[in-house]
Design a protein around this ligand. Structure first.
Ligand code: FAD
Length: 342
């Protein structure tokens, strides 16, 4: 077990990791942690792990008021993404970073971030807070606010001794953060995610219809307007292209087009993906009660007056039976053009 001491000033360490190395998501998480650090006056360090060197990411991070940035390139990270790989890279990086008993380590919420912080907490004998909405610090330790009962209530968990590990749910809605007077120090490193252990549990490519909807990063959801299981087969094809999970409204579940374990809403599951694609769903309060307010909703509906358009971030007035096949064809064309270009 790595040694954890108390020597430096308390820090918040933002772990920047994403299944797809998405620059926007990585920067967004750094901003979330900075927002949280502000009242606590903690310095924020960013530890970023990507498969390839990403100068745009480094440049955008240097515009944020971070204490230090370490960009680690681990070209051998496996596909599909393995939390164990990220954990090995980050465990070594945190040891080099002299992780301190007063430090707090934050990954983005989601299946990858949550597993990585749980593994790291075990490795450093620290405190695992799990998925949190907010963290605060006081002389007696750290406290985390966690959503319970599908987001209808919040509990506050306190832990006296660190280091603390948490997966932070995105909550940021504020404007741009003040740029630092001088760009923070940036260090590039190369690392291996190995050695891989033959006995470890690994993720295998999943069937979109079977992956849990609660932890999905993208949910493609259908409603009564899908009119039958053929429509859902098309949604599954679209979901597979985005590594998304299928969801459905209550009428779609009642009709047997999607399993009840994937029902979203008041009497179903609460989901908080980055993007929720609602197809043929009218947008009743009972359905929307199951979608986080921080999620970006993209709605496809052939009725321009459908309630879903009142809340959707992106609204498309179209018949899904023409729009979805065209969207799939467009995604395939873009991907094949990119493959040929590289
Ligand atoms: C106590 C209680 C709990 C409930 N819990 C839940 C719950 O957990 N989850 C849930 O979803 N509901 C729940 N409901 C049911 C809820 O009230 C609604 O009946 C339900 O959400 C409506 O589902 P829908 O949007 O799929 O269907 P509809 O409201 O019928 O909407 C279908 C939409 O599809 C559109 N459409 C039709 N054809 C096309 C096309 N070709 N292309 C594009 N769009 C098209 C229509 O314009 C329409 O807007 C609950 C109700 C109660 C009373």
């Amino acid at each position: 077990m790595p040694n954890v001491t108390t020597t430096s000033a308390p820090r918040l360490i933002a772990l920047l990791l994403d299944e797809h190395d998405d620059t926007q998501q990585l920067v967004r998480h750094a901003e979330d942690v900075l927002d949280m650090a502000h009242p606590a006056a903690r310095e924020v360090h960013a530890l970023c792990v990507t498969r390839t060197r990403n100068p745009e990411l480094a440049e955008r991070l240097q515009r944020l008021p971070l204490g230090a940035i370490v960009c680690i390139v681990a070209a051998d990270l496996r596909e599909p993404v393995q939390a164990a790989d990220f954990t090995r890279v980050l465990q070594r990086a945190l040891e080099m970073h002299a992780l301190d008993a007063t430090d707090c380590v934050c990954a983005p919420a989601g299946a990858l971030g949550e597993e990585v912080v749980a593994r790291l907490a075990a490795g450093f004998d620290g405190c695992a807070f799990g998925r949190v909405q907010h963290l605060s610090f006081e002389a007696g330790g750290a406290q985390a606010d966690r959503a319970v009962f599908g987001g209808r209530s919040t509990v506050r968990v306190r832990a006296a001794s660190g280091p603390w590990f948490a997966a932070l749910r995105t909550s940021r809605s504020g404007g741009a953060l003040a740029a630092p007077a001088t760009p923070p120090a940036l260090e590039w490193r190369e690392a291996s995610s190995g050695p891989h252990d033959d006995t470890e549990i690994v993720m295998v490519p999943g069937d979109a219809a079977r992956m849990p909807v609660e932890t999905a990063r993208v949910v493609v959801s259908g409603g009564r307007g899908m009119q039958g299981s053929e429509g859902f087969e098309l949604l599954a094809q679209l979901a597979a292209r985005f590594d998304a999970t299928l969801g459905g409204s209550l009428p779609a579940v009642d009709a047997g087009w999607v399993p009840v374990t994937h029902q979203v809403g008041q009497s179903g599951k609460f989901v908080s993906p980055s993007v929720y694609l609602a197809v043929g769903i009218s947008g009743t309060p009972q359905h929307l009660a199951g979608v986080s307010t921080t999620t970006r909703i993209v709605a496809i509906n052939n009725d321009a007056d459908a309630d879903i358009f009142r809340i959707a971030d992106v609204g498309i007035v179209a018949d899904w039976s023409t729009f979805i096949p065209a969207l799939i064809a467009r995604v395939d064309a873009c991907r094949s053009a990119r493959t040929h270009a590289s």
